[in-house]
Design a protein around this ligand. Structure first.
Ligand SMILES: [Zn+2]
Length: 258
């Protein structure tokens, strides 16, 4: 509403309408987390990423932008709230906020996994997964592959254990570059930080990441932030069109099927 329109509105509107308008305006400035359903103002100091994206973290469940975006996809496209509880999920390097939701929804059919952490159902190396072909309906492994030396081997394993009618979400940070940059000679923490943006990353993915996924057999559907959320939702959920250091995975999800 423009300033003059506001003045006219205040002059002619009954008191109740003005109160309602103020309440509406107040609610519009609040943030909302689609995962834990909490509403409030995200603290600008609760940032994330190397350069610190302000208000990135939900103060209630700790979700980051990409987790909230995944949940939007789950609600709007996958229909997660009506999910068949007999379906199975393998969640690698599980993010706490999503882990809580999926384990509630799927119960014993939800399995968390990690190579290093103890607080998971199973420890596993994703380049050598000890499960038969087509063991899981759903697979999630976000921000994992950029740490794995043989990522193609890991992708083949993840593809192998996914069922035909299931899906996988395998997000990675992606730099604004057409090609993935990797150099196995760079092994020091300092060298990797400089070359790949983080001391424990072994490559910097470019836009060709999608080709890597397809090369092991996945069919990939790209969901963009604007396909999943209105401008108002983007603001309320503290999502960003662009992330830090050229990472655009917060505004795109590669939804992988077989
Ligand atoms: Zn939350």
């Amino acid at each position: 509403m423009s300033i003059s329109a506001k003045r006219i509105f205040k002059a002619i509107a009954p008191h109740g309408a003005v109160v309602l308008y103020r309440k509406h305006r107040h609610e519009n400035t609040l943030n909302y987390c689609p995962i834990c359903k909490s509403e409030g103002r995200f603290n600008a100091a609760m940032s994330a990423g190397v350069r610190g994206r302000p208000s990135a973290v939900c103060p209630s469940c700790g979700s980051l932008e990409r987790h909230r975006l995944i949940w939007l996809l789950m609600e709007k496209e996958v229909g997660v709230n009506n999910i068949n509880k007999k379906r199975t999920m393998l969640h690698i390097a599980p993010e706490a906020s999503l882990r809580q939701k999926f384990s509630e929804l799927l119960g014993i059919n939800y399995l968390s996994a990690d190579m290093y952490e103890d607080d998971v159902d199973i420890k596993m190396d994703i380049t050598n997964i000890k499960y038969p072909d087509s063991s899981f309906d759903f697979v999630i492994a976000n921000h994992v592959l950029e740490h794995v030396s043989d990522d193609i081997k890991a992708m083949k394993e993840l593809y192998r254990i996914q069922k035909k009618n299931g899906w996988s979400i395998l997000l990675v940070p992606i730099a604004k570059s057409p090609k993935t940059y990797e150099d196995p000679r760079i092994t020091s923490k300092k060298g990797r930080l400089e070359a790949f943006g983080q001391a424990d990353h072994v490559r910097k993915y470019g836009y060709d990441y999608i080709k890597r996924l397809k090369s092991v057999g996945y069919r990939v559907k790209v969901y963009r932030l604007k396909d999943l959320a209105s401008k108002q939702e983007i603001r309320r959920m503290s999502l960003k069109e662009k992330g830090d250091i050229g990472d655009f995975t917060q505004s795109e999800i590669y939804f992988c099927t077989k």
